[in-house]
Design a protein around this ligand. Sequence first.
Ligand code: FES
Ligand SMILES: [Fe+2]
Length: 415
Amino acid sequence: MSEPIPAATVTWPTKDSSRVPFQVFVDQDLYEREQTTLFRGPVWNFVGVDIEIPNAGDYKTTFVGDTPVVVVRDHDGKINCVVNRCAHRGATLCFDSGGNKEDFTCAYHNWRYDLSGTLKSVAFQQGVRRVGGMPPDFDMCKHNLTKLRVETICGIVFATFSDDTPPLETYLGPRMVHHIRRTFSRPIEILGTSSQVLHSNWKLYIENVKDSYHASLLHTFFTTFKLNRLTMEGGVLTESNGGNHISWSKRDTDKAEGTSYEKSGELRAMMDDFSLADPSLLKVWGEFDDGITHAIQAIFPTFVVQQVQNSLALRLLVPRGVDKSELFWIMIGYADDTPEQRDMRLRQSNLVGPAGLVSMEDGIIGEFVQRAIKRDTDKNAVLEMGGRDVEDQQSRVSEAAVRGFWQAYRGVMGL
Ligand code: FES
Ligand SMILES: [Fe+2]
């Protein structure tokens, strides 16, 4: 029996999650434990969209935590997810990002699996002219690929290692399900994909996603061009022990008079002397009846659904070590978009992604934290904006959703 990974020695300074020990971003033991207890534990992990693999044999490679997996559509049209590791001696099965295959044949010794991950043949199982080969009692049935449970909602595919994970819609919660159905009410199309390496612990990026307080303070572009400000009508919904949330706002409701946004020099992010040579980037249309122009939805642990005006995207964060992660973007539109709408979405996609006018800052801010906390791991982050609890907020001047992440994280990790 393998030795259990020793419990990490993180102690939380408060019962609530208004303090977060910096140690959680640098602790190697904790990172290892996250991979087994959290990512292979009772959580649903986003692994793709069904239209990425429309036909039998289509597959894509991705990750659950840092475990490589393959998502594949079989001949019955069912979507399967298996660990990208041969059951023989552990070789990687699929090296590319995707494609189409009849079956999976390992390059090393050619063991062959069907599209559900079941072992179908072992090269030279009977040896050569009955000499060599596998022992007679070798049991093919015991050497399938490791299969994950799979569920989908509106074509979004999730996988879990654990039998204890509740059904997907229960895990998401009714308001998260409602928002997903609202955003994916029409068939989507993929406009493009990209990825970027972040030199920070994965949890720093997820904190940023759940941090509705920072958007118009860190992001000069949002504030200066009045795309997203805290003076707009908006709020935060939290669900599923705080792990899932939506932060939303309505651009057309901005009432900034008499606030820091209007008082020159109060905010770093407000640059009165900035203007755009080509303002077509700011051309938008209202496409949801609820009037919401910004909605960031995070599903625990590492999946994000984004609506920034008409820029729609799915994001997956993959941990790459204790101080490194990789962020994958899938930019989407609707299959029935007009050419003008598609063009506007593509223009607005300049706001996000690796070099996005807004997202660039989200990519680097975690690294700024990672650099600064290195020698102060006995200290804590302070999360008291909007109180100390995890509950819905009528305002985005709040860190409630960040506290929600930590509440859910501590629950799963037993910390
Ligand atoms: S490692 Fe895959 S067939 Fe040997
Ligand atoms: Fe941001």
